[in-house]
Structures are given as structure tokens and as C-alpha cells.
Design a protein around this ligand. Structure first.
Ligand SMILES: [Mg+2]
Length: 410
């Protein structure tokens, strides 16, 4: 059988790199993409190489990060751009194969076994195309299985390629710590440590039967991984692991006291959901609404949609209906989250509903498409439903507008 050729490509500091493309003045600076500061949810979501070098880590609060790195620039996340770049990366990969399996937004495996060219050349092509066409960089691992390809993409960064072969894997992979192996989490690593198994080479040398006795099935699996025996396949690019839900919530700048204000916030939140669903080519089968009152008690309800939809006005209508039917207004509302649930791909066969006006639905869909293209060209704030007008409860950065790269927090 022909030796498999698997690549694992991982975009370097993805969010921060996209921010740098959007605003080149950020290049080479210490940058952190953070949840926002005013709501006290200020957590570092991603950081640039420079910020990383200063010790900034994902999951830290902005406050902790600034202590380590006083010249840190902080930017809010712009998911619509990250999604767009993720799609562009995918387009570059798909020039070489249609066996592409994403692993998160900025990583994926490619099976290039049947490519006419050697895998190292394909990797080099991809590395250069991403850098030259998108202005961001990837690290690529090239190997004969998925596990080693993933390890390889971690070994040299940024903008680099590492090849792990049957000949060199003992020398390159075995000295690495166990925790570098995919699916070797913290609990497993701790367990292995008790067995005095510290490196991937230690796993490989351990008798498989014992490892299986101690760790169960995953012990046997890790032993296979360490010995280069992973045979899992790269799935086809059309195979989609469907996202289960997509939501958008906010803590309001002041409490909501009445139905009218709640309606405005619900419509504003739904704008983003519709836009993102269409970007990901998904439709929702239902809507969930979370309400948190000013005593911080949270309640939630859900309801199905008549037909799957990515239309923000249908999602908002349903969410508002849920609120009117369930919330008793004993206390003012502090926070609201609208979540689209039961997500299906756009092509999901729709049930024919005799009471549902399909013609109207098609018209709405076309309208949504034109709204999206206007938003893309001129910014999200250019077009929104009248009900959102004069809406004053949303924090100004709650994602109802595309925040331009130069509108940093500081
Ligand atoms: Mg990455």
C-alpha cells in the first residue's frame, strides 16, 4: 500500500494575525484580542508573538496581561473577519485536495497522498500562498499519519514546515513530553507521570497491555500514536460536524424595565446571529432565550421555528414571543442571550408546511443576502431594522457594528 501523505496546517496567532492584516500599524506590536473590558469579561482570547514573548497567555484577564506587558495593545474580537480568513485558508487548501478536515477555525488536516507532487512541495506551496495572498502565516507538519502531522505543525513556528518520517520519528517525536500528543490531556498526563512515563518515547516503550490495563482504551490508543500506528482518516471537506447552537448575549448598560426595550435588545442581538448563520451556511430549527434579572437569577425557555431559518427577523420574532409568553416582569432584566439552536446545514431538506408562506420566505432570504452585502461593503451599522433605532441598552461594543481596527480600547 502506498505510504500516506498527511499535512496538518495551523495558522500562527490566528486572531492577532488577522487583526494585523486589517490594521498594518499593529505589525510587530504586542497585541491581545480580548473580550471587552467594561463588562469585566476582559479575557485574553489570542495574542501576538510579541505579547506571547512577554508572557501573555490565553485565558488571562486584561489586567494580568498588562502587568506582564505594559505596552500591550488590546483589541476586541472581530469574528466575522476571522471566519472570512478561515474560509480563504480553506480555499487555498482545496487547490490541492478535497480531503480536508478542519480542527477548529484555524487548523486542519489535508490528505495529499494522491497528489502528483511530493508532500513537502505541496506544503511549501501552501505556506507561500497563505503568506503572499492572505498576509498571515501557517506552520505545517508533514507526516504519514494525522497524529505526527499535528505534532510537526507545533515544532517550528511561525511560517515553517516540519517533516516527520518513518525514519526520523523516533529521534524527533520520542523526546517530546506526553502532553504534546493529541488527546493526552492533563488527567492522562498526571496518570502517566505516576507510571514514570514522561515522554512520548516512554509511552512507546511501555508494554501496550500494561498501559491498556492502567488507562483503558485510551492507553492502547496513545501507545499506537506514540509508535506511529495511527491510521485514522482525513475526512472529506463536504463532511460537516454541525455546530449545535450559535448565540449572542449581552449585559445591558442599564436594566431593562419594559417589553419595548427588551424587544429592541432582542432584535439587536439577533442581527448578529442571522449574519453569522448565513456566513456559516447554517439554519436554526429553534430559538432559546436566556433572561437574567437584576438579582442575577437566570431563567431560560426555548421554542421551535416553523421551518429552519437563518433570518434574523424570524429568530428575533420567536425570541420576543418567548419573552412575552414567559417573563413576568417581577424584576427588571439585567442580561439577555438569544441562541439559535438545532443548527442544520443550509441544504437540509425542509418540511413542507401548508400554512407557511414559502414565497415570502424566499423573498426574505434574498433580502437578507442583499443586506449582508451592504453590511460587508459599508459596515454593519449602515442597515438595521427600525425597531433597533434609539436602542440604548446595548453596550456600544456589543457587536452590532463592525468595529474598525483603529477603534481600539486604548
Ligand atoms: Mg493556530
Amino acid at each position: 500500500m502506498k505510504e500516506r501523505a498527511i499535512l496538518h496546517s495551523d495558522a500562527n496567532s490566528f486572531y492577532a494575525s488577522v487583526e494585523t492584516v486589517l490594521n498594518p500599524a499593529l505589525r510587530g506590536k504586542a497585541l491581545a484580542v480580548c473580550g471587552n473590558r467594561e463588562d469585566r469579561h476582559g479575557i485574553v482570547l489570542a495574542k501576538s508573538e510579541k505579547a506571547k514573548a512577554a508572557g501573555v497567555k490565553t485565558g488571562m484577564t486584561i489586567w494580568e496581561a498588562e502587568k506582564l506587558c505594559p505596552d500591550l495593545l488590546v483589541a476586541p474580537p472581530q469574528y466575522e473577519y476571522y471566519l472570512k480568513f478561515s474560509k480563504l485558508l480553506f480555499q487555498i487548501y482545496s487547490r490541492h485536495t478535497d480531503l480536508i478536515e478542519p480542527f477548529g477555525m484555524d487548523e486542519c488536516w489535508l490528505d495529499v497522498t494522491n497528489s502528483a507532487r511530493p508532500p513537502m512541495e505541496t506544503a511549501e506551496d501552501i505556506r507561500c500562498a497563505v503568506r503572499d495572498e492572505l498576509g498571515i502565516t501557517v506552520s505545517i507538519g508533514v507526516s504519514f499519519n494525522k497524529v505526527f502531522a499535528k505534532l510537526g505543525s507545533d515544532m517550528k513556528k511561525p511560517d515553517a514546515i516540519t517533516e516527520i518520517t518513518r525514519e526520523n520519528f523516533k529521534e524527533k517525536v520520542w523526546p517530546l513530553p506526553c502532553s504534546d500528543l493529541i488527546y493526552c490531556g492533563r488527567a492522562t498526563t498526571a496518570h502517566l507521570k505516576k507510571l514514570n512515563v514522561k515522554t512520548i518515547g516512554d509511552i512507546a516503550a511501555y508494554p501496550q497491555e500494561y498501559l491498556k490495563k492502567k488507562l483503558g482504551k485510551s492507553g492502547a490508543m496513545l501507545w499506537d500514536f506514540a509508535n506511529g500506528l495511527d491510521t485514522s482518516r482525513v475526512s472529506h471537506m463536504d463532511y460537516k460536524v454541525p455546530a449545535k447552537s450559535l448565540g449572542h448575549g449581552i449585559t445591558c448598560v442599564s436594566d431593562i424595565e419594559n417589553t419595548e426595550d427588551a424587544e429592541k435588545v432582542i432584535y439587536a442581538l439577533s442581527q448578529d446571529i442571522g449574519y453569522k448563520l448565513r456566513l456559516m451556511e447554517l439554519k436554526a430549527c429553534g430559538v432559546h432565550l436566556f433572561v437574567r434579572d437584576n438579582k442575577l437569577l437566570t431563567v431560560g425557555w426555548q421554542a421551535p421555528l416553523e421551518v429552519p431559518s437563518s433570518d434574523e427577523s424570524i429568530i428575533a420574532e420567536k425570541a420576543f414571543e418567548i419573552l412575552k409568553e414567559n417573563y413576568t416582569w417581577e424584576k427588571p432584566i439585567r442580561a439577555l442571550t438569544v441562541t439559535s439552536i438545532g443548527l442544520v446545514t443550509k441544504s437540509f431538506p425542509e418540511q413542507i408546511n401548508v400554512f407557511f408562506d414559502n414565497e415570502k420566505s424566499d423573498k426574505r432570504e434574498r433580502l437578507c443576502k442583499s443586506i449582508d452585502s451592504i453590511k460587508e461593503k459599508f459596515g454593519k451599522k449602515t442597515i438595521f431594522p427600525a425597531v433597533v433605532l434609539n436602542e440604548s441598552k446595548m453596550p456600544s461594543h456589543a457587536g452590532k457594528e463592525i468595529i474598525m481596527p483603529n477603534q481600539m480600547y486604548r
